[in-house]
Design a protein around this ligand. Sequence first.
Ligand SMILES: Cc1cc2nc3c(=O)[nH]c(=O)nc-3n(C[C@H](O)[C@H](O)[C@H](O)COP(=O)(O)OP(=O)(O)OC[C@H]3O[C@@H](n4cnc5c(N)ncnc54)[C@H](O)[C@@H]3O)c2cc1C
Length: 473
Amino acid sequence: MGEKAKITCDVAVIGAGLAGLTAGVRAAQAGRKAVLFEKSPDSVHLNNSRMTSGVFHLALGDILGDEGQLEQRIIDVTGGAAHRGLARALARDSKRMVRWLQALGVRFIRGSPEPWHNFVLAPPAIAQLGRHWQGRGGDVMLRTLEAELKKRGGEIKRGHEARHLCRESGRCAGFEGASLDGRPFEVIARATVIADGGFQANRELLHAHLTPAPDKVVQRNAGNGTGDGLRMAKEFGAAVTDLRGFYGHVLSRDALANDTLWPYPWADELARSCLVVGADGKRFADEGLGGVYLANRIAALPDPASATVVFDQAGWEGPGTERFLPPNPNMIKAGGTVLKAATLADLARTAGIAEEGLASQVETYNRALKSGGLEQLNPTRTTSKFRPVSVERPPFYAIPVCAGITYTMGGIAIDECSRVTGEGGQPIAGLYAAGSTVGGLEGGEKAGYLGGLCVTGVTALRAAEHIIGALDD
Ligand SMILES: Cc1cc2nc3c(=O)[nH]c(=O)nc-3n(C[C@H](O)[C@H](O)[C@H](O)COP(=O)(O)OP(=O)(O)OC[C@H]3O[C@@H](n4cnc5c(N)ncnc54)[C@H](O)[C@@H]3O)c2cc1C
């Protein structure tokens, strides 16, 4: 092993996704020497930011909306779990962050007439099945940010993995790591930003917090969010938020073995409008809370590969055709199982679901739907978000499903300035975190989803701006 390389800079950033590049570019714009350390050696490295579908929304609302209303929406969607200060920061700064990206040359289009599609990265990523990220919005955005970083004297050191934060006089003074060939390096920085993207690809952490069987959950992501930042921050004394909750979708169970079936199509619209049952034919979750919530409940089942979405012809022709790349016909096109039968009994037999359980569950559901009693079901069925559809007109259909995890919602605790906080809530000097590695915004009992891109961009912008102020003092 050779001599340890030493790198000195003002701002050291761990990870070069949207969070890392935003923090780096913003610091460089203020004349600070910013160096990003990216564990992937590839010159165009894949991560969630490159793979993104590119919709900048806030809790499925328009980022240009009234700030007070957006803040309240964040609190409502997360059932009050979101940190108030962070919710306010997100409501206030999402628009500013998008304007900042636009000023750098990042282009957006209007994705659909729905207000939450007002800002979609161009060119749009969702055009065909499979993963086509080259030249799409996320890729163009990262290339634009990297060019700006370089123009302003910053750099990305690729193939450099951060492993351990360093302490000096009680503050974070940088970190140590190793390059791909195993050579150790040390970074001495006035401020460090952890931007490593979450722990969705870390099987041990998934098992501890999200699912009893990580192998039965589809990795609907780039695969490099391995929780390094969370581990390093914890070792340094940082507080960690509730780690339950992830952003993800209800996918065909065949996606566990067939890569054409992710990131799309998903079965969310069918699942939230019709019925989701376990192997016993019984419902186990409130479908009316939507696909992200259902994905969380499916992942938490003792057997996460045992859930089935059940619907009828009206469901297949209605919610089955909603949104981009819908299951009808894309699930079949991509090789996913869609079972069809003339009776519920036949459907149950083909799908391996308990026949009597399914028959009585469908009957109870249809009856409650007609009498307006869905909310009295056990588990209850929320009707305020999505319109429930009956399951009564043959042929009947079943899609065996599983959960796909995109990124984790819990993580490193931060304050409104993206400073990492200790157990007592006090900021740790010199240490910041941004992007999917942070917790405190999304999640709660209902797995409230706010939008990974806005959370990422705003926390990163705020980290850099606090650093700029602190270094100027
Ligand atoms: C298919 C898909 C669709 C999505 N669609 C949307 C959408 O439409 N709207 C929305 O709001 N959100 C969406 N998201 C989520 C959003 O893209 C992410 O939340 C966001 O891009 C996360 O950015 P990040 O910088 O935190 O993480 P990442 O982009 O994952 O970057 C983290 C980087 O850190 C590096 N790294 C990790 N560990 C280390 C280490 N120890 N040392 C050095 N480097 C390290 C990784 O290699 C990676 O490059 C989507 C995500 C996916 C996968």
